[in-house]
Design a binder for this molecule. Sequence first.
Ligand code: PLP
Length: 426
Amino acid sequence: MMQDQSAQLYQEAKTLFPGGVSSPVRAIKPFPFFTKSASGSHITDVDGNQYVDCCLAYGPLILGHGHPAVREAITKQLESGCLYGTPSEAEVEYARKIKTYYPGMQMLRFVNTGTEATMGAIRAARGFTGRDKIVKIEGGFHGAHDAVLVKAGSGAATIGVPDSLGVPVDVAKNTLQVPYNDIQALEETLSAHEGEIACLIMEPVMGNMGPILPKDMYLRAVRNVTKEHDVLLIFDEVITGFRISIFGAQGYYGVEPDLTTLGKIAGGGLPIGVFGGRKDIMETVAPQGGVYQAGTYNGNPLSLTAGMATVEVLEKENVHHKVNAKGRALWQSLNDVVRGLKMEDQVTPTGIASMFQLFFGPQPENYEQALKADKVRFMKFWQHMLQNGVFFPPSQFETNFLSLAHSQADMEQIVTACKKSLAVVK
Ligand code: PLP
């Protein structure tokens, strides 16, 4: 596989950007491929190599790259302007649509990234309760802001800086941690800090340590315990929203949080974040209340249009039924591959809906267990996948995604590439 152009671009990129990239998880060793274009289920690099894309920009592209309905909606909106700095009808229509699937989001705010959404939700929780401390789940990733860069997953875990430099100790001390799937630890923490904790923020299904699923009844127990201790529950559904089901993880598991954050799919491939929830909490957000949140690009019409077009396709084409069936079939095939190679004690295929990963170790239940996976072997496997024309996110602690655009031939290519790549690293 020729990658000369990418290698050359990387030489210059290294002098321009820290680590040669605009976001840490893209920093593949020895150098990342530079993308020229993407369409449907495929991504093509500047050297002309084409890959089946299971990274899909880390989650937003459930319809694949450049779905015609989304492109058409964006093009049409461009003709009417791309930014107004005023309220727009699209805002009202899209908020109404979101509420039909996330009824707990009685009021909401459109922002531009998942990071901004979790920042806003946490600030609203703190403002509403008048408390400073928050609890997060170890290995959960909620974007790159101070309050949540403590034992963070995703790129932070991959490059080994889960506790970022530059986060003031005084900020980090207000972020308490509990392991995922451990209701007792949560209960103990909430009891030990009774009356001090504003909220628990969590991904209902962990997507930033690879997908790790909640144990039976765990999310319900979380809901009960947070209620008992008068602590607000924030579900960060930036990955799982519109992904696990059109109703997100909260609809899938039937557990309603006090506040929800959305992003990724909600923007149909353009930048977006949304936070919302109980009316009494959201009424504390400015200008109605004293919790300040603002943004030049908030509710930008292009993202709203792309998001709305995406959700309409999800509705009309019964997309979840299709992509989740692909996810189930792939999981089955990957298990057959692992068994066929007699690697059951080394590799565990895992996943839910259209999210999947191969863990180089046993199925983890939490961050501590996930960290024990054989990362070095995973990266060797990853390199072989790329050589076999399949692009997975370059980390054991990310999730692979499927989209509406993945064809039967793509699925077969993924399975064949896994078989070959696993055999090499056996
Ligand atoms: N929350 C979760 C669960 C995420 O996975 C991410 C990003 O991957 C974020 C928040 C931050 O979103 P963004 O990258 O749009 O700022």
